[in-house]
Design a protein around this ligand. Structure first.
Ligand code: AHG
Ligand code: MN
Ligand code: MN
Length: 365
């Protein structure tokens, strides 16, 4: 006996205050994305057996080598979005330009932006990977969408979510009414046979991020390129009990943003891919529209905070589809602290000076 609501049942309840036709259009759209992700989960789970490992011999929108699974996941998303009557077009990490729905470009009221496969470097190592998606309004419904139709700040998103392909396949979703978590019941469905897809069941409601944490995630190999406020924050965490924070911190780095954000959803923490000076033309590693903005919405809806260092990521208006941004997100108290370090006019005070003249630690007599 199933005692957990399905995705469609849980969304109908979550959207009960919305206009019924709009609620149904959004449920249908998210169902199409969820179906695509169930298929990606099958292919990823079969690994080499599904021809999902290795390079694809092609490049993505930003000149990065594509993996076979990047391409397969992108195709599955496209196929299922095409089947959805409410989506006018979509844009993906894997294509330079947005794509028009063949049948629904003039009809659909939504645009979808996605990273089909996040954490590509982890595929062959069999480490968790994911998909990130964002549903935006097609403001001029009835007209063909253009690139600029997509350039809306994250605050305009109608829904956002990610799917984590780990030991379990989990979807975390928000329609701006809190955060819901679903688990793919792989005992159901017909495993790629073209029949019923596996069912997503609601496994947690009202997901909340703990405001405090003792855990941070950053790629420490970039330390020499970080700006001063980030150097200061990390130095204080690493100093542990004997530093100004007066508590020990733990560090993690999976190199799949989806897995890092999911850990934060389950037990709090901080994730940073900050601005660095490595390539001055690239202000960050992660992409605003299909990585930073959807994750920012999920994190904020769960009571956390997501910033670029100085400003909330949800307020940032994209210049281009593939724009990169610095990303700092997670437990609210820690993110507030990091923002205050960015605003501190003395941010160029080095850790050693800070240690002796700190507001937190009394100078030694
Ligand atoms: P993608 O696989 O979609 O290109 O994204 C990978 C991203 C993100 O998931 C992760 O946090 C980061 O890149 C890892 O970067 P490093 O390899 O520099 O650690
Ligand atoms: Mn990614
Ligand atoms: Mn990707």
């Amino acid at each position: 006996m199933r005692d957990k609501p399905t995705l469609q049942e849980a969304l109908a309840h979550n959207l009960r205050d919305a206009e019924p036709q709009e609620a149904q259009a959004l449920i249908d759209t998210i169902s199409c994305i969820a179906y695509a992700c169930a298929r990606i989960s099958e292919v990823a789970g079969l690994g080499v057996l599904a021809g999902a490992h290795g390079l694809a011999d092609s490049e993505n929108s930003q000149g990065e080598a594509q993996k076979k699974l990047d391409v397969l996941a992108d195709e599955l998303m496209s196929q299922h979005l095409e089947d959805c009557g409410h989506v006018a077009g979509w844009a993906s990490e894997e294509h330079e330009c947005h794509l028009l729905s063949r049948r629904h470009a003039r009809k659909g009221g939504y645009l979808v932006v996605y990273d089909p496969l996040d954490g590509s470097s982890n595929i062959e190592a069999n480490i968790s990977i994911g998909t990130i998606f964002s549903v935006l309004p097609h403001v001029y419904q009835g007209m063909l969408p253009t690139d600029s139709s997509y350039l809306q700040p994250g605050s305009e998103q109608i829904a956002a979510g990610y799917v984590l392909y780990g030991p379990a396949t989990i979807m975390v979703l928000s329609c701006k009414r809190g955060v819901l978590m679903f688990t793919l019941d792989k005992r159901t469905g017909q495993g790629g046979q073209g029949g019923e897809p596996a069912r997503w069941l609601l496994t947690q409601e009202d997901v909340r991020i703990a405001p405090h944490t003792k855990e941070f995630a950053i790629n420490a190999s970039n330390q020499r390129f970080w700006e001063k406020p980030v150097q200061r924050y990390i130095a204080e965490c690493v100093a542990g009990e004997s530093g100004p924070r007066m508590k020990d911190f733990n560090m993690r780095w999976v190199a799949s943003m989806v897995a890092e954000v999911h850990r934060i959803m389950t037990r709090g923490g901080v994730f940073m891919y900050p601005r660095d000076t490595r390539e001055p033309r690239k202000p960050g590693r992660l992409r605003l529209m299909y990585e930073a903005a959807p994750m920012a919405m999920l994190v904020e809806q769960a009571g956390g905070r997501a910033v670029n260092g100085t400003h909330d990521l949800l307020e940032q208006v994209p210049d281009t589809l593939h724009q990169r941004v610095p990303v700092i997100l997670g437990s609210r108290d820690e993110i507030d602290r990091i923002v205050s370090y960015h605003a501190d006019p003395h941010e160029n005070v080095s850790w050693q000076l800070f240690k002796t003249r700190s507001l937190f630690v009394q100078p030694q007599a």
